[in-house]
Design a protein around this ligand. Structure first.
Ligand SMILES: *Cc1c(COP(=O)(O)O)cnc(C)c1O
Length: 396
């Protein structure tokens, strides 16, 4: 009854921009969620790389409770404590010197695109607005960020797109060299492509991009919206590749489940923003920044990164064993706890059957099963997912 009501209301009154799976989730704890019938699921979607500390982590719950009793919102016309403390924590733990707060990944990328263009103009390069992005990338759903997204399916029906974007294949240094001309101001890239199918950078690719940007005097922007915040085993993915960008964007996992976005940049670049350049009413709101503070402090102090590396390697090994058993598994790719398993056929039915068997997983690019479990996941929980997959695959 309850379940039908929720599904009917949603289908009737909410714009159908998602094709949802037919369960109503009512409760979560750690790596588990429960539906309205009380059925339990192991959650290997993790709110799409948002719930990096699992569901309802006590530190996050406490921070939100405490802050919402004190102050929920005042706008950025005034200083607030949690925002200042979060900025300090982010800057002290990254390459960057300053941060701009907003509310989503798309907004963070919008800010990065605006900053890159403004900085370049202020350096006297008046006609240099072009940004190179990758095919199969994903940067968000606003007009600028669908344009930045190098996938036609996200453009269709929304033309004209924003001028000034060029696409090249991911992992192709020569294509970048060819695409750069005197109008180029920046390269925008995900260190690992998430929505595009969990595509990892080949050795020295990101270092190569850094070198090219330095040689041409253009900016390197890393979109770490999906892979930041511990997902790859370091707080930020760039640390694991020995490359520092000029600008980095964050969102998904940053505040443990409440909406936030952030754009970080090094000093010389970020100084192109001055009062009036850019803004966000909710950006850096006290409740979300208090939640983000609790999230990052917990990631840094509780062995979360170590767990991500250890369980990530274990999971990868187990999935690779499945690949040896089942020839229809084309490839297993990933780092830390973002792992993709590419199949030779559409993965939609696998996702549904996993759900029936009490495991939530996701599929991207049609054929790539994507695993984004909370970073607190255990080997025992991985074993359970492997058993379910093995059992299902053996019936194909
Ligand atoms: C999810 C995602 C975005 C968009 O974030 P929203 O919060 O949905 O706007 C941008 N970039 C990457 C890499 C993402 O995974």
């Amino acid at each position: 009854m309850e379940k039908n009501r929720t599904m009917n209301l949603s289908d009737k009154y909410i714009a159908s921009t998602y094709s949802r799976l037919p369960i109503v989730i009512t409760k979560g704890n750690g790596c588990r969620v429960w539906d309205s019938d009380g059925k339990e699921y192991l959650d290997f979607v993790g709110g799409l790389a948002v719930c990096n500390l699992g569901h309802c982590h006590p530190n996050i719950v406490e921070a939100i409770k405490e802050q919402s009793n004190r102050l929920i919102h005042v706008s950025n016309l005034y200083y607030t404590e949690p925002q200042a403390e979060l900025a300090k924590l982010l800057i002290e733990n990254s390459f960057a010197d300053k941060v701009f707060f907003c509310n989503s990944g798309a907004e963070a990328n919008e800010a990065a695109i605006k900053l890159a263009r403004k900085y370049t103009k202020e350096k006297g390069k008046d006609d240099q607005p072009e940004i190179i992005t990758m095919t199969n990338s994903f940067h968000g759903r606003t007009m600028a960020t669908i344009t930045a997204t190098g996938q036609e399916k996200f453009h269709k029906g929304f033309e004209p797109l924003l001028p000034g974007f060029t696409y090249v294949p991911f992992n192709d240094i020569q294509a970048i060299e060819k695409a750069i001309d005197r109008k180029t101001c920046a390269i925008l890239v995900e260190p690992i492509q998430g929505e595009g199918g969990v595509n990892c950078p080949s050795d020295n690719y990101l270092k190569g991009l850094r070198k090219i940007c330095d040689n041409h005097g253009i900016l390197l922007i890393f979109d770490e919206v999906q892979v930041g915040l511990g997902r790859t085993g370091t707080l930020f993915a760039y640390e694991g590749y020995g490359v520092k960008p000029d600008i980095m964007t964050l969102a998904k996992g940053l505040a443990g489940g409440v909406p936030i976005g952030a754009m970080l940049a090094r000093k010389e670049v970020v100084e192109s923003f001055s009062p009036g350049s850019h803004a966000s009413t909710f950006g850096g709101n006290p409740v979300v920044t208090a939640s983000a503070l609790a999230t990052i402090n917990t990631i840094l102090k509780n062995g979360i990164l170590q767990n991500c590396i250890e369980v990530g390697e274990y999971f990868f090994k187990k999935l690779t064993q499945l690949k040896r058993q089942y020839p229809f598994i084309k490839e297993v790719r990933g780092k830390g706890l973002i792992i993709g398993m590419e199949l030779e056929f559409d993965g939609g039915d696998i996702v549904k059957e996993c759900m029936d068997r009490g495991v939530l997983i996701n599929c991207t690019m049609g054929k790539t099963l994507r695993f984004l479990p909370p970073l607190i996941v255990t080997k025992g929980e991985v074993d359970k997912v492997i058993r379910v997959l093995d059992d299902m695959f053996s019936g194909i």
